[in-house]
Design a protein around this ligand. Structure first.
Ligand SMILES: [Zn+2]
Length: 317
């Protein structure tokens, strides 16, 4: 077989089924199982392997590298309850049947269910990355610009923190009362000893025990007071307002920015991805390729978290 003299399009045409031709079996998928059905081999294995090598080399040096720039990676799901994967097509078949490079590579997300018969009817199988990303980003933008949800969550969280604060204060009060009782007990022991004019080993033992209890209570009190202090100093409501303001500024900025270089484009992508990862809990695609997005916000880690810092940085893009 004179492989080298074949036109590129013929090679590409065979490529799809090259493995079958080379190894002499065809792969079918039925009811979740893979079957190999024998076919007459028409390319020899070394030719096939040369072809695989060529393809691998193409993979290593694609002209438009967009490998990891999938905004929704890890988030998009379908009715099959599978997380979608993404791929980018850099070539296409021309009208003349030739395998030509696309001016603009096309990216798509797809359901990873390999068995057609196991894919649910409501699963749209694939969606162009542009369409899916535009939808989800648009919803994220809406979410960030009307942050009722964020404020509602923040309010809940602030309420929880206040309850914890009040609980700590009650505990502090109890310990102070116990310390007071211990003090009275100690005074009684001392008075008793004076009355009896006695300061023997028994008295020493009693006093040592009482001091031990007091020490323990005081240590607990110190820890409590430190925690109370932390809560008192944190202005949670103010922090939440700042968070929302930063989130809005960052989202607005990312929404309007027009990257001029591929590096800038990648940087913008990374920041958008960070926002998507932080805010999108799940993005479910339906049969009409409409995507329902569930948002979440990590309000609780907010005051001390790096996210907060990242969002501040982002506002300065
Ligand atoms: Zn699916």
């Amino acid at each position: 077989m004179q492989f080298v003299q074949w036109s590129r399009s013929s090679i590409q045409a065979i490529l799809k089924s090259a493995k079958e031709y080379a190894y002499g079996f065809k792969t079918y998928s039925r009811a979740g199982q893979i079957f190999h059905i024998p076919v007459a081999p028409s390319i020899d294995i070394s030719t096939y392997e040369l072809f695989v090598k060529m393809r691998e080399e193409n993979k290593t040096y694609p002209k438009h590298r967009r490998q990891n720039d999938y905004l929704l990676s890890g988030h998009l799901k379908c009715a099959c309850n599978l997380t979608w994967r993404a791929r980018t097509a850099t070539h296409r078949n021309s009208r003349k049947g030739e395998w030509v490079e696309r001016k603009t590579p096309i990216s798509a997300y797809f359901c990873p269910q390999p068995h057609k018969e196991l894919r649910l009817p409501e699963c749209p199988k694939s969606v162009s990355a542009k369409r899916a990303e535009t939808q989800v980003w648009g919803k994220l933008y809406e979410f960030a610009m009307n942050p009722d949800f964020l404020f509602a969550q923040a309010k809940d969280r602030v309420k929880q923190l206040q309850q914890r604060y009040e609980h700590l204060q009650k505990e502090q009060q109890q310990i102070l009362e116990e310390l007071e009782k211990e003090f009275v007990k100690r005074q009684q022991v001392i008075t008793e000893a004076r009355k009896k004019m006695r300061a023997d080993a028994d008295f020493d033992e009693q006093m040592r025990e009482l001091y031990k209890v007091e020490e323990r209570l005081k240590r607990r009190l110190t820890t409590l007071e430190q925690e109370i202090d932390t809560y008192a100093r944190l202005d949670w409501e103010e922090k939440v307002k700042e968070y929302v303001a930063d989130l809005q500024a960052g989202t607005e900025e990312l929404n309007n920015v027009i990257p001029k270089t591929p590096e800038e484009q990648h940087r913008v992508f990374l920041m958008k991805k960070q926002l998507v990862d932080e805010l999108v809990a799940e993005a479910m695609i339906d049969g009409k390729r409409d995507i329902q997005v569930e948002f979440r916000a990590k309000i609780m880690e907010l005051a001390v978290s790096n996210n907060y810092w990242i969002l501040r940085m982002m506002a300065k893009l």
